[in-house]
Design a protein around this ligand. Structure first.
Ligand code: C2E
Ligand code: MG
Ligand code: MG
Ligand code: MG
Length: 275
């Protein structure tokens, strides 16, 4: 039987693999027309300041609804968009769309921040800083209301060019955040060298707070980042217990299902009016 089940496992493995390849190919083909066919939209997840409970702002998160594939997760289609460079036009659309949302529903006098995820492919495009500047002018959003989120892996691939681009963005007056902190190759050296304002602690460390032997890892990360003068956002806050510890660790801000899922634009107004 052992041999038979081994064969079955191999067959299953190949079936899974070919299903995966089929799915990947469909995503690639369908993604090419997703923008033109209005299948993309943004949801926005609120971020809160932990000590005051005040709304800090929103993170824009891309959603894709395809007539055949249904709703496709960003973790499945963003990598494809990056490989095909479709992330360049899609990312431009995201930035413009998110800034237009700010202009539509957030009063000019408000200090709420809009966070937008930026892929390495976009950052390394030498026209990117000019594009950001153009979109800000076009939509009238003040640069210090916009925060661009970048991941460590993005930066490590071409550190020198990334550094130059980040400096240009910093000169525009936009904020820069390091996303998914702890999952890449963070080194003290480049954390100090790059012009980030804020660090987002990856949700895996926030989830570990539920585990008494591992919760201190999140605590130490927060302490470490604070010593380097970064603002800190905890991602993926799901439980009251995690909230209690994050406050104890003096974490500045958090976002997660405990407060709210990412929401469609229509549902943001009540949150903003409550400020
Ligand atoms: P991210 O930037 O780290 O975004 C946080 C992810 O955590 C989002 O997943 C969000 O929906 C999810 N999340 C929020 N609260 C919770 C929680 O309490 N528990 C758990 N388990 N998850 C929570 P989402 O929307 O599926 O996006 C996944 C990733 O796709 C993002 O991770 C980001 O790297 C990428 N992405 C999303 N939108 C864009 C975009 O417009 N441009 C680019 N380049 N990447 C994007
Ligand atoms: Mg993010
Ligand atoms: Mg993240
Ligand atoms: Mg992520």
């Amino acid at each position: 039987h052992a041999r038979e089940s081994g064969v079955n496992e191999t067959v299953q493995y190949h079936e899974k693999l070919s299903e995966h390849i089929r799915q990947r190919t469909l995503i690639e083909v369908y993604l090419r027309t997703a923008l033109q066919e209005n299948q993309l939209l943004l949801h926005y997840q609120p971020q809160y300041e932990l000590h005051t409970g005040a709304l800090r702002g929103f993170e824009a998160l891309l959603r894709w609804n395809h007539p055949e594939l249904g709703s496709v997760s960003p973790s499945d289609f963003i990598p494809v968009a990056e490989e095909t460079r479709l992330i360049v036009p899609i990312g431009e659309w995201v930035l413009r769309q998110a800034c237009e949302m700010m202009k539509r529903i957030v009063p000019g006098s408000s200090s709420l921040v809009l966070s937008v995820n930026i892929s390495g492919v976009q950052l390394l495009n030498h026209q990117f800083p000019a594009l950001v500047s153009e979109i800000l002018k076009e939509t009238g959003v003040h640069p210090n209301r916009l925060e661009l989120e970048l991941t460590e892996s993005t930066l490590m691939n071409s550190l020198e060019i990334a550094e130059k681009q980040l400096k240009k963005l910093q000169n525009l007056g936009v904020r820069l955040a390091l996303d998914d902190f702890g999952t890449g190759y963070s080194s003290m050296n480049y954390l100090r060298k790059l012009p980030f304002h804020l660090i987002k602690i990856d949700k895996s460390f926030i989830q570990d707070i539920g585990n008494s032997t591992e919760r201190e890892v999140a605590g130490s990360m927060i302490q470490f980042c604070k010593q380097l003068q970064f603002g800190i956002v905890a991602e993926g806050l799901e439980t009251y217990e995690q909230l209690v510890y994050l406050k104890k660790y003096n974490c500045d801000y958090a976002q997660g299902y405990l407060f709210s899922k990412p929401l469609p634009e229509e549902q943001l107004l009540p949150l903003i009016e409550a400020v």
